[in-house]
Design a protein around this ligand. Structure first.
Ligand SMILES: Cc1ncc(COP(=O)(O)O)c(C=O)c1O
Length: 354
């Protein structure tokens, strides 16, 4: 018996089709494909007809190139490994006028996508006029010294917020500036929308791709969406290894981790924070034999769960599945979807891909 991280390939693949509905999508596979595994995810996306990928680090982009020789691969963070990028045909963000000024010679022959900073203020050109200036400077160079400006993009910081005007503001700024750019220039790749923006607005006109992450991986980007919009293919499960009885007032776990306020049965479960169960997650229930029971204490390799007579040693305990989802816990304040996913310890959990 051991705690498990189990991924249902069929559900994962069906979900991709269900989410994208035939729309052109750039799959975000950063951080080892949201911790689902880069090799697994790229294969699944390819089989669903997605042939455009983005990540933040070069070594992941290079792995995607090995897995998908014909794909378009977009590096969302800048890199100065210009020869490697060129050799492997990896497109890269052009994150600022200053970056262009510093590296204009080295950028020759590279495919770049101009990035608009907008309200996230993480990276990108401050203005569309700065982008026009770079296009002008690039065109002044001899052709073989020019970079290929094949794309333009931005990232929204507020698409999953509803009670503030910021999404409307960043959207308006982007669409207005982009519209003017498209009157004068052509870009093969125009991409802005994350999962929340794509679900709210559908693919914007004049955009070549939606740039989706979390919804492809089975979690809702905001809480007012129905669960059926995306299916979670991942199950994290463990086992009841013992049942202990505690009298009212007795404590269990290190340093009085749990003190019984009535006579209780406690199931000892073989999973803990060492396996990536967040402390915030341990404030909520788990699922045993189709019923929810409260977690009472979290240790490195164990949980205590308050149970009744129906629960027996050997029963399976579900921490996450499509019936007790990651996104449900996101909306309860446990942490972002990707934060819960990223915490899971693939070295201690037994990894099963069905
Ligand atoms: C630049 C960029 N684009 C797209 C995404 C995908 O966002 P989501 O997972 O909300 O779809 C991310 C994720 O953080 C990102 O950083």
């Amino acid at each position: 018996m051991t705690a498990r991280w189990t991924l249902d390939t069929q559900v994962f693949k069906e979900n991709i089709q269900h989410v994208i509905q035939g729309q052109p999508v750039m799959a975000v596979v950063k951080n080892n494909a949201y911790h689902y595994g880069l090799d697994f995810a790229v294969a699944a996306f390819l089989s669903a007809g997605i042939d455009t990928f983005s990540t933040t680090v070069l070594h992941e982009a290079l792995r995607v190139r090995e897995l998908a020789p014909d794909a378009t691969i977009f590096l969302m963070n800048p890199s100065t490994e210009f020869d490697v990028l060129r050799h492997h045909r990896i497109h890269m963000t052009l994150p600022s006028l200053a970056f262009y000024e510093e590296y204009q010679t080295e950028l020759a022959g590279l495919d770049v996508h101009l990035e608009f900073e907008n309200l996230l203020h993480r990276s990108g050109f401050k203005t569309f006029d700065e982008m026009r200036e770079v296009i002008r400077l690039n065109e002044q160079r001899p052709e073989h010294e020019q970079m290929n400006i094949t794309g333009i993009w931005t990232h929204f910081g507020y698409a999953d917020e509803f009670d503030v005007p910021d999404y409307a503001m960043e959207k308006a700024a982007w669409l207005a500036g982009l519209g003017e750019m498209l009157e004068d220039y052509h870009f093969d790749y125009v991409h802005a929308q994350n999962s929340a923006s794509f679900v709210r607005d559908g693919l914007f006109s004049q955009h070549s791709h939606a740039r989706l992450g979390i919804i492809l991986y089975g979690s809702r980007p905001y809480s007012s969406l129905d669960e059926t919009i995306t299916q979670q293919a991942l199950t994290v499960s463990a086992n009841v290894i013992q049942i202990r009885e505690l009298k009212k007032g007795a404590s269990a776990g290190y340093s009085f981790a749990y003190t019984a306020d009535h006579d209780v049965k406690i199931a000892v479960i073989d999973i803990g924070y060492g396996d990536g169960i967040l402390r915030t997650r341990s404030k909520h229930d788990c699922l045993i034999n189709g019923r929810r029971f409260p977690i009472r204490a979290l240790m490195m390799s164990h949980l205590f769960v308050e149970v009744d007579d129906s629960v027996k040693p050997g029963d399976t305990v579900i921490l996450y599945s499509n019936a007790i989802r990651i996104d449900e816990h996101t909306f309860k304040g446990v942490g972002a979807n990707s934060e819960q996913l990223s915490a899971l310890n693939h070295h201690s959990l037994k990894k099963e891909i069905l």
